[in-house]
Design a protein around this ligand. Structure first.
Ligand code: UFG
Length: 333
């Protein structure tokens, strides 16, 4: 019989898209989520089993690993608010670094030897060279980035010690949605650019603020590598197959390799929605590098993965479909 994939944090934004893709590929998926930030309604397939609980609940983990034939764990259950991590670092080190150690202890004791981690471009810090390759210095500039980098190191050490194979996937700027309006990005509070632009267009927030127009970029606004959430989901499916097939531990960037400025996102939003964006131009946000763009060639090499959506309009359009679809961009629970 086929082995089960345990998805921790599967009711969040990227988790729910990955879970839905894996289910559509007829894979057996079990989601564990404490619903602190996740949404029960984001799990739309009846074939996906759900347990509400914490990845640091050792007795619960023992039960899950005893009762299921789990070979790989995908971990999405991290806190992601960079600004909050600066103000409350211990919240981030506890949830993003310390709690997963308990999950790893349970995996070790039950002989589960595959782990896929949602890592982040934040592990690189302020880039010294763009596009960013994986051999770029690892020098995070906030506790969020450190909390992920430390977990990457823990995974590498577990490989040495007991043969845990891991895939650390360093996402650049996740965006977009499944496209049918049933699942999408619903953060509280929402800090990300594309959702805030679309909320402003709908009048759900008064206006969106462009954080800085004096960067050393062609139009003065920050440049990012926006990667479609469906491409991220596809990369997880490929990382899963890599580990199930006995592949070595890997760490790689997930991005398009293309840089898009804040102004270009505003233009895309105008084109997609046909509406003006209520915008104000403000100061720089602390800790924002001018340019973050991936070199995604390693992911192509080791996972045979590359982004299929390379036009930021695709990301904006599917984010708009979520916000204007049957759920109007919100989950009930
Ligand atoms: N921005 C605005 N106005 C807003 C929101 C964002 O101008 O209201 C700008 C930011 O200054 C930045 C760009 O839009 O230049 C993108 O900002 P996001 O907050 O959408 O994304 P970040 O690049 O800050 O963060 C993303 C992920 C984080 C992760 C980080 C580094 O969302 O989780 O990349 O990997 F930590």
């Amino acid at each position: 019989s086929k082995s089960t994939t345990l998805v921790v944090g599967g009711a969040g934004y990227i988790g729910s898209h990955t879970v839905r893709l894996l289910a559509s590929q007829d894979r057996d998926v079990l989601v564990l989520d404490n619903l602190v930030y996740g949404h029960r309604d984001a799990l739309v397939d009846d074939s996906v089993r759900f347990i509400e609980g914490s990845l640091s609940d050792r007795p619960l983990l023992d039960k899950i690993f005893s009762e299921n034939d789990i070979d790989v764990v995908i971990h999405f259950a991290a806190f992601i608010n960079v600004g909050e991590s600066v103000k409350d670092p211990l919240k981030y080190y506890q949830n993003n670094t310390a709690d997963p150690v308990i999950l790893l202890e349970a995996m070790r004791d039950h002989g589960v030897k595959g782990f896929v981690l949602s890592s982040t471009a934040a592990v690189y810090g302020e880039p010294v060279e763009v596009p960013i390759v994986e051999s770029h210095p690892l020098q995070p500039v906030n506790p969020y980035g450190w909390s992920k980098l430390m977990l990457e190191q823990i995974l590498a050490d577990c490989d040495t010690a007991w043969g845990l194979k891991s895939a650390c996937l360093r996402y650049f700027n996740a965006s977009g949605s499944w496209g049918d309006g049933l699942i999408g990005e619903a953060h509280e509070p929402e800090t990300h650019l594309i959702p805030n632009v679309l909320l402003a267009i709908q009048g759900k927030i008064e206006k969106m603020t462009v954080f800085g127009t004096d960067y050393d970029t062609p139009d003065g606004t920050c440049i990012r590598d926006y990667i479609h959430v469906m491409d991220l989901a596809d990369a997880h499916a490929k990382a899963l197959d890599h580990l199930k097939g006995g592949g070595e531990s890997i760490r790689c960037n997930l991005g398009t390799g293309l840089g898009v400025s804040v102004r270009e996102i505003l233009d895309a939003a105008r084109e997609v929605t046909g509406k003006e964006v209520p915008v104000e131009y403000g100061d720089r946000r602390a800790g924002d590098p001018a340019r973050l763009v991936a070199d995604p060639s390693l992911a192509k090499e080791v996972l045979d993965w590359e982004a299929s959506h390379t036009d930021a309009k695709d990301m904006v359009e599917s984010a708009w479909q979520w916000m204007t679809g049957p759920r109007l961009g919100q989950f009930e629970k």
